[in-house]
Structure formats: structure tokens, C-alpha cells
Ligand binder design. Structure first.
Ligand code: NAD
Ligand code: G6P
Ligand code: MN
Length: 440
């Protein structure tokens, strides 16, 4: 069986150790000969890399491992680039969330003005990774989950239309796992779904078991009362996430025939989100205080003890969809997966040039999107507005246009007026001057 070489771009990510444990768990179906880490922050990456090196030496000494900030070393002789960079890291996420809140608008990692600001930082970073891949390993595939995936995907569609890059998201997987639990199934793999939308902006229209039995009635009944919070608690989740899963109950009520992605809460209930936000302590603070702190301290402990048992790192089970995607390409498995791809007629009455999230059959030539048909006016209207926001951001980045970015922020359903949009934009420009192109 062929063995693969993978580079993880964003080696210093809080998710890297969990992904390494997940890759180790899946070596039988996705065998590896080499793992490399690449990051542009050597110090941050080294803390994660030294601990992962110990784990790999203990569990799979046959896999070559190295970590580097040199693109040539990182991207030469790789089959897959697994990319999860965060341009500006958590201190900039904190600003993305807090600046809009100062103006009474929600502050979120990927939605509204915060997501737009993050998009303006990410586009250049992800394009650079694509260029390194094309230069040093032109046959490789990039599996990208760097956010905001919707804007990044639109940027690569516009600027790198032939690149072998697939943009993916774990939110539908997390929600489907909850649906499976609600329906009494062991795994989301026992379900087959139809889904359409944009990234962090979509709806399920069909959820069946593998025999074709409709699971929606039982899921719908549960979500109408409890949102996506199953009766028996699964793995522990933080209060802010629990609130999001619960709020899906109200999001669902807007269209009881479909099941919503939890991220729609930010567009349909922005006033609720603002009222439940602390402008001085946002999700970025929670993550820095919990996930980032825990992962980095576990890595430091493992490194100083010289053994993996010294620190507690959790396997990222959810991320096994990344292995599903890699094996689908590597072994032509023809697995059905949700991916962010050009619409190209799949949603019949929607912009063919929009990047949409829909089920695709994935094989060695990449994804073949399935036809999701015609969508109703409510979803079409919301998606048209949001896709225009995403396209305007990418055009603003390409043309360095202040006007287009002002239009984008104004058009976001999370923002009440052009006046507020301009005030937020001016603050964001100041905060992002080391990352954004200078706007004219
Ligand atoms: P993190 O800040 O811990 O890690 C990101 C790493 O990227 C950092 O080590 C940073 O130094 C590095 N980096 C930043 N810019 C870079 C560049 N230009 N080149 C190389 N490296 C660079 O962040 P995290 O919370 O672990 O998240 C990582 C990314 O994964 C984020 O974009 C996050 O939104 C994304 N994510 C996406 C999904 C999804 O559903 N698509 C799910 C989880 C996380
Ligand atoms: C989900 C989404 C990701 C997002 C993450 C944020 O997994 O699919 O796109 O980055 O949530 O989680 P966090 O714990 O960093 O707030
Ligand atoms: Mn996501």
C-alpha cells in the first residue's frame, strides 16, 4: 500500500496535536511515510512540534518527521497539504470580535465584520501556501480548513482557479453527529444527507439512514424543543457552544421544513447575540484561556518529561473527515462528502459562480458535486446577500478598494447601516494595518 507524505501548514495550531493523534489512529487506511510541520512563527510551532516528535517517535518511529519555517523544505515531496493557518493569531481574532461590539454589532470569528476582517488577512496567507505547493509539489492536493473558509474559497476560485485545493468545514460534521445521536444511530456515517448553502450558512433538506428511512421527523421533533442538544450529554462542550446548539431551536423555526446550520444564528438573531456578548471578554479570550493554554502547557510538559504520557492531549476524532477526504483522493473511494465548491449549476436557481457547500462524490480526480436542485426564496435571498458580501471582500482585497469593503460590511445582514459599517471599517483598518493591503 502506498505511503503518503503530508505537510501541516499552521504547525503551531492548537489543533495540530489532535490531528497528529488522529492521523496515528488512522494509519491503516491512510499510511504515512512523512509528516512535516510548516508555520511562519518558529517559536510557537516548536512548542507543538517537540511534543509531537516525542509522540511520533513512541507510536510510529518509521514516519519521518521535521518542522520548519522554510517553504522549500516544507512543501517539497508532499502528497497532501493540510492547511489550518490563522493569520494574525488569537490577538487579531480578539480584535475582530471586540471592534464590531464597540459599535453594537456582533463580533464573530467568521461571520459579520469580524469574519470580513479575518478574510482580508487570510486571503494572502492561503494564496501563498497554494503558490508554495504548486512550486515545490505540483501534484499535491491542499485540504484547506483555514478560515474564513467561504472568503478563502472565493479568493482561490478567483485567483487560483486551477489549483488543487479543497476547502472544508467541520461544523456540518459536528451537527450531523448530534443528529445521529438524536436519531439513535451510532455514527453520522449511518446517515445520508442532502444539504446546500454557503460555508457557515446552510440547510439540510434530507437526512436518511442507509436504508433510505427518513430521519427528519424524529430530529425535527427534538430540535423544536431542545435545539441540537441531545438528551444524553455527549462529550463536554463549553457554555458558549452549548448556547449555540440550543439556539438552533429558534433558527429552525424560520423554516421548519429544513434543518439549519448553527451559524445562521448570527444572521437571523444578531440582536440576541449582541445582548448575550460581553464586549470585554469574547470567544477569543475563552479559547486563549482554555484550548490554547491547555494544549501548549501539555506540549511543554511532554517535552520536558520526554514522554507522551506526561501531558494530556486529546485526539481530534471529528477531524477524521480530513482523513476521509485524503483517502477519497488517494484511493478513489468515491465517498460522499460536503465540500465548498463552485456552484456551477448544482443549486439550479443560484449564481453558478458562487462557492457553495454541497455534497460531492470524491475520488482521485477530486470532487463531483451533486445536484441540489431549486431552493426556496427565503434561502435564496439570504444566500444572495451573503455571497455578495463574500465576493465584495475578495474584490476589495484584489483592487485594494475601500469602497468595496465598505459595501461588503454594509451588506452584511449583521450590520444595521452604512454609517455603522463605515465606523467599524475605519477601526478595522487601523487594527489590521500590518495585515491588510492599504486600501485606496
Ligand atoms: P492557531 O492560531 O492556534 O494556529 C494557527 C497557526 O497558523 C499559528 O501557529 C500561526 O503562527 C500560523 N500562521 C499564521 N499565519 C501563517 C502564515 N501566513 N503561514 C504559515 N503559518 C501561519 O489557530 P487555531 O485556533 O488552531 O485554528 C487554526 C485555523 O483552523 C483557523 O483558521 C481556524 O479558523 C481554522 N479552523 C477551521 C475549521 C473549519 O471548520 N474549517 C475548524 C477548526 C479550525
Ligand atoms: C467550528 C467551525 C470552525 C470554527 C470553529 C471555532 O468548528 O466549523 O470553522 O473555526 O468552530 O471554534 P472555536 O472553539 O475556536 O471558537
Ligand atoms: Mn467551519
Amino acid at each position: 500500500m502506498k505511503k503518503f507524505s503530508v505537510v501541516i501548514a499552521g504547525g503551531g495550531s492548537t489543533f495540530t496535536p489532535g490531528i497528529i493523534l488522529m492521523l496515528l489512529e488512522n494509519l491503516k487506511r491512510f499510511p504515512l511515510r512523512a509528516i512535516k510541520f510548516y508555520d511562519n512563527d518558529a517559536e510557537r510551532q516548536e512548542i507543538i512540534a517537540k511534543a509531537c516528535e516525542i509522540i511520533l517517535t513512541e507510536k510510529a518511529p518509521e514516519i519521518d518527521f521535521c518542522y520548519t519555517t522554510d517553504p522549500k523544505t516544507a512543501f517539497t515531496d508532499v502528497d497532501f497539504v493540510m492547511a489550518h493557518i490563522r493569520v494574525g493569531k488569537y490577538p487579531m481574532r480578539e480584535k475582530d470580535e471586540k471592534i464590531p461590539l464597540r459599535h453594537g454589532v456582533l463580533g464573530q470569528e467568521t461571520c459579520g465584520p469580524g469574519g470580513i476582517a479575518y478574510g482580508m488577512r487570510s486571503i494572502g496567507g492561503v494564496l501563498e501556501l497554494v503558490e508554495y505547493m504548486e512550486k515545490y509539489s505540483p501534484n499535491a492536493w491542499m485540504l484547506n480548513y483555514s478560515n474564513p473558509a467561504a472568503i478563502v474559497a472565493e479568493a482561490t476560485r478567483r485567483l487560483k482557479p486551477n489549483a488543487k485545493i479543497l476547502n472544508i468545514c467541520d461544523m456540518p460534521i459536528g451537527i450531523e453527529s448530534r443528529m445521529a445521536q438524536i436519531a439513535g444511530l451510532k455514527s453520522r456515517k449511518e446517515m445520508r444527507v442532502r444539504y446546500y448553502g454557503l460555508n457557515h450558512f446552510g440547510w439540510w433538506t434530507q437526512v436518511e439512514d442507509l436504508q433510505g428511512n427518513d430521519l427528519l421527523p424524529v430530529i425535527r421533533k427534538h430540535v423544536a424543543e431542545h435545539g441540537y442538544i441531545p438528551k444524553v450529554a455527549g462529550e463536554p462542550v463549553e457554555a458558549s457552544w452549548n448556547d449555540t446548539f440550543g439556539k438552533a431551536k429558534d433558527v429552525w423555526a424560520l423554516d421548519p421544513t429544513t434543518m439549519p446550520n448553527t451559524y445562521l444564528k448570527y444572521y437571523l438573531f444578531p440582536d440576541y447575540v449582541v445582548a448575550h456578548s460581553d464586549p470585554h471578554h469574547t470567544r477569543a479570550n475563552e479559547v486563549m484561556e482554555h484550548r490554547e493554554k491547555n494544549v501548549f502547557s501539555a506540549c511543554r510538559t511532554i517535552t520536558s518529561a520526554g514522554k507522551s504520557s506526561a501531558g494530556h492531549l486529546e485526539i481530534d476524532e471529528h477531524a477524521s473527515y480530513i482523513v476521509d477526504l485524503a483517502t477519497a483522493i488517494a484511493f478513489n473511494t468515491q465517498e460522499r462528502m460536503l465540500l465548498i465548491v463552485p456552484n456551477n449549476g448544482s443549486i439550479i436557481n443560484f449564481d453558478p459562480e458562487a462557492m457553495v457547500e454541497i455534497p460531492c462524490i470524491v475520488g482521485s480526480h477530486g470532487p463531483e458535486p451533486l445536484v441540489m436542485g431549486k431552493i426556496p426564496l427565503f434561502q435564496k435571498g439570504m444566500m444572495s446577500q451573503q455571497v455578495a458580501v463574500e465576493k465584495l471582500v475578495v474584490e476589495a482585497w484584489i483592487e485594494k478598494s475601500y469602497l468595496k469593503l465598505w459595501q461588503a460590511i454594509t451588506m452584511s445582514k449583521t450590520v444595521p447601516s452604512a454609517t455603522v459599517a463605515k465606523a467599524i471599517l475605519d477601526d478595522l483598518i487601523e487594527a489590521n494595518k500590518d495585515y491588510w493591503p492599504a486600501l485606496k
